[in-house]
Ligand binder design. Structure first.
Ligand code: TYD
Ligand code: MG
Length: 453
């Protein structure tokens, strides 16, 4: 039965599909992002083959959970983000800017392949020689690791059939292509079709597949965004190339939470897991300088300390503001609260806020530290190196309680801090860890008065 060929249009921003072309994506509203995509006309789309071998629906009470088997990647921070190791037969997308360290991470994982397993590393970007040189640098030389320098999807699948690996790495999705499609590698239709076919193999044969996907800022190449809804797990590798700090974050995980982050440091011999990120983030703090305060945020189950820096200077021109590591609107709100409730004339000043280490503080628990860093810079008085601050700031300048305070305080005292500012009403329930003074405050005025005046 001849199947009809259908044309759909896919948005490169959000991955939405529509039947008609439009200048503006009807789903996310982005302009000029819809690209034509011809769906496959092979007979497997015919009705007969679609219903053949259908499965009878099962009762939820009788479903088997032992099907979810995990294996360790050998990299503790990677396992943590995956939710306790990779799930056998899942497809994991590892996205990130070029040069951030995706290939390095996956190649290091190869170094932990057990002898009774087979892993296939498919590289479409580097030659065998280049890959070997890098593997030597990372100390990866297991006989159970196989390498294939290939970009044609059919030939890759044939090699997989031939070798029978349990784990496959595709580096990267933008370099491989299905030659039956006439679009170029890296185009939306190629990236989608190749991922769909890999997904099918992954589910049919129970192979675990890691797919690398590059992201570029302009979005001119089809990236992980259009694949997010298809795959089991989407991880993003973040960090500034100028610093050695790297964060692996889950944007989607069918087998675990998306709260956990993995922290790495890029060294000369590859990525190193950072089990105590706070220590690294706080290293090199300036001695007794104004405009810095330490905050404690929860990243999944783990409290992390980060240094918030602020620089406030008077200007005769229009005030400019930059915030790096804290949401711009949140920073603007905190400045307005300081002006109106704290009585500091910061609104007309140039204000720069920066979080050290490329970390992005999403939690409102970092508000108080941000406010104190700004006030400290404005008043030109240091807060002292032994002080940390935890609390959300409300619009009337009140300090509101935060979750997991005991866990945060334990981390704060572990890193040698002796004083911590906390919201007032939590004092009754919270016991100060040994060797720490809790300064409980009702509002930002009390906080400023307690440590800056
Ligand atoms: P890479 O893994 O190739 O990035 P991606 O696959 O995401 O494009 O990372 C390359 C960068 O990492 C490159 O700038 C060099 C650096 N690097 C190190 O600093 N140390 C190392 O041991 C390795 C292998 C790479
Ligand atoms: Mg790479």
């Amino acid at each position: 039965m001849a199947a009809k060929q259908k044309t759909v249009y896919v948005c490169s921003e959000c991955g939405a599909e529509t039947g008609n072309w439009a200048g503006k994506c009807p789903s996310c509203g982005a302009w000029n992002t819809l690209t034509e995509f011809k769906t496959d006309s092979s007979p497997r789309r015919g009705e007969l083959s679609r219903t053949r071998g259908f499965q009878r629906a099962k009762k939820i009470s009788e479903l088997d959970t032992s099907a979810e088997i995990r294996f360790t990647t050998g990299i503790s921070e990677f396992d943590r983000v995956l939710g306790g190791g990779a799930v056998v037969g899942s497809l994991v997308l590892v996205g990130g800017a070029p040069g951030i360290g995706k290939s390095t991470l996956l190649l290091q994982m190869c170094g932990h392949t057990p002898a009774d397993q087979t892993l296939l590393y498919v590289t479409g970007e580097e030659s065998e020689r280049q890959l070997k040189l890098r593997a030597m640098r990372l100390g990866v030389n297991q006989p159970s690791v196989y390498v294939l320098a290939e970009t044609g999807l059919d030939r890759i699948l044939a090699s997989m059939d031939d070798l029978g690996p349990q784990v496959v790495i595709i580096d990267s999705i933008q370099t491989i292509s299905d030659e039956s499609l006439d679009s170029a590698p890296g185009s939306i239709s190629q990236v989608r079709e190749c991922t769909m076919r890999l997904m099918r193999v992954c589910k049919e044969k129970g192979i675990t597949i890691f797919v690398v996907g590059h992201i570029n800022k302009e979005g001119s190449i089809a990236g992980p965004k259009v694949l997010e809804h298809m795959v089991d797990c989407v991880l993003y590798f973040e960090g500034e190339r100028s610093t050695s700090f790297r964060i692996l974050r889950a944007a989607k995980n069918r087998f675990g939470s998306t709260n956990e982050i993995g922290v790495f440091e890029m060294a000369g011999n590859g990525l190193r897991c950072v089990e105590n990120p706070s220590e690294l983030l706080l290293s090199g703090r300036p001695e007794n300088a104004p405009g810095t305060c330490v905050a404690c945020v929860m990243e999944g189950s783990r409290p992390i300390l980060a240094e918030v820096q602020a620089l406030v200077s008077t200007t005769t021109f229009n005030a400019s503001r930059r915030s790096n590591g804290i949401d711009y609107n949140r920073a603007a709100m905190l400045l307005a609260v300081l002006e109106k409730r704290g009585g500091l004339q910061v609104a007309g000043c140039d204000t720069y806020i920066n979080v050290i280490g490329g970390l992005f503080l999403e939690e409102p628990a970092a508000d108080l530290a941000t406010v104190l860093a700004i006030a400290s810079s404005f008043l030109d008085r240091p807060l002292g190196l032994d002080l940390a601050a935890v609390g959300e700031v409300g619009l009337s300048g009140e300090i509101r309680s935060v979750s997991n305070l005991n866990q945060r305080l334990a981390e704060i005292v572990r890193l040698g801090f002796r004083r911590c500012i906390v919201p007032l009403h939590v004092k009754d329930e919270t016991e100060a860890p040994k060797g720490m003074e809790l300064i409980s405050v009702r509002n930002i005025n009390e906080a400023i008065a307690a440590v800056l005046r």
